[in-house]
Design a protein around this ligand. Sequence first.
Ligand code: ADP
Length: 482
Amino acid sequence: MLKILMAASEVNPFAKTGGLADVLGSLPAALMEQDADVRVIMPKYGTIPSNLKSRFIHKGYIYVNVGYRNQYCGVEQTQYNGITFYFIDNEYYFMRQGLYGYEDEAERFAFFCKAVLDAIPHLGFIPDVLHCHDWQTGMIPVILEANYRDTEPYKYIQTVFTIHNLKYQGVFSIPLVKDFFSLDDSWFTDDKLEFHGGAGYLKGGLVYSRLLTTVSKTYAEEIQNPFYGEKLDGLLSARKDDLYGIINGIDYNEYDPGNDSLIVKRYDIDHLKDKSVNKAELQLELNLPVRNDVPMIGLISRLVDQKGLDLIAYVLDELLREDIQFVVLGTGDYKYEMMFREAEDRYPNKMSANIMFDSTLAHRIYASCDLFLMPSLYEPCGLGQMIAMRYGTLPVVRETGGLKDTVTPYNDMNGKGTGFTFQSINAHDMLYSIKRALGIYKYKEVWRNIQKEAMKCDYSWNNSASEYMKVYYKAVRQKFEL
Ligand code: ADP
């Protein structure tokens, strides 16, 4: 049985700021069904809910060097839904209010990367593949090569690295990084860690991992080009034969309109009428007029420019002059939070701005809305559009990354499609797409058919888990061939 250890900075339900946590929370179970032994290692944050934390078992502790500091590193363990999770415990680094955004980010995740490798001999689990996710774990493959490769039990461990979002790269000053990892100058050239004057953790992961993946086929192509490549397109196209695009799945247990305890009225493909009960309740809850005939558009997102919010800014008033309701749930940049709050002041009967992170409300919005807006400038995979389709809420998306790979544009010639799409980064193209959808919404039969098409799609992890298994086997083949 193939043994996989995944290292990541956020994992649902322990800590979540975005899609990365969803993936880490659901992919391991899907891989277990494919006969892999998958375990996950992450930091023990202060924010982990106490009902989960109280079940952690202390396995032991070691000391980890980070520059001049010799840091305590507790290793804790728990079982959740049949998966073993390990936690790296150090209160100085991780007992804080949030997950990210601190001044000593370089040091916190240097510690985490080293701690993961140092903890391996103490887990009672030597992985065949160490699967690292995003920049916070990017230095693991680097120091594995630099400092651990020749010793047991690290000799045959292969590395796979997944890019969930190329924008976030963890670039820090070279002297700092040199010091944290005790690496000499030879590691800081432009074919290794050096990146525009700094040292890139993500870049390290991309250079030193045996195989690379990212979270959709289209994004895998896009990031080899300068527009999407975040200055790493050259490196990624040089490694294109080792780079695989594997679309994320969604957790079919968590997101199931037929069995969702967070929504008011459960429904399925044969009882779509019941979806409107959720809509009425949400309208009440959010102080919007209770009207079933008005199309309700949802947006659930981090409020950052990546999500195409400037397109919305450009036509927001034009959109809100339509007979619609627009429900937003998100937190992020102040200017976008204010944009939606002010729109709510101007159009209290049409706009509901919920500036917060709230998973229950998210489920209710997915279940209640008719349309789900995701006009991203780039989108590595995107989960929102898949969750929406599973709830019979039709997405309006820009054709990029995973949005392009998961939403089939509605074609009125043959009645096929699962949502509405537009190509250019252009606010009026987006508005045209929305208006087209609003036009079709009036034809209940047609709408219902598109909803059914969307709900029939398979966004589970089954297919993608098999794709990951192929990548893992490819990564370890070297070992088995010895
Ligand atoms: P990203 O990873 O770029 O943030 P994704 O679409 O891949 O975007 O994943 C976002 C996930 O986070 C989805 O599950 C979405 O429902 C959830 N989410 C985003 N913002 C909020 C919020 N304010 N409250 C609740 N859930 C949210």
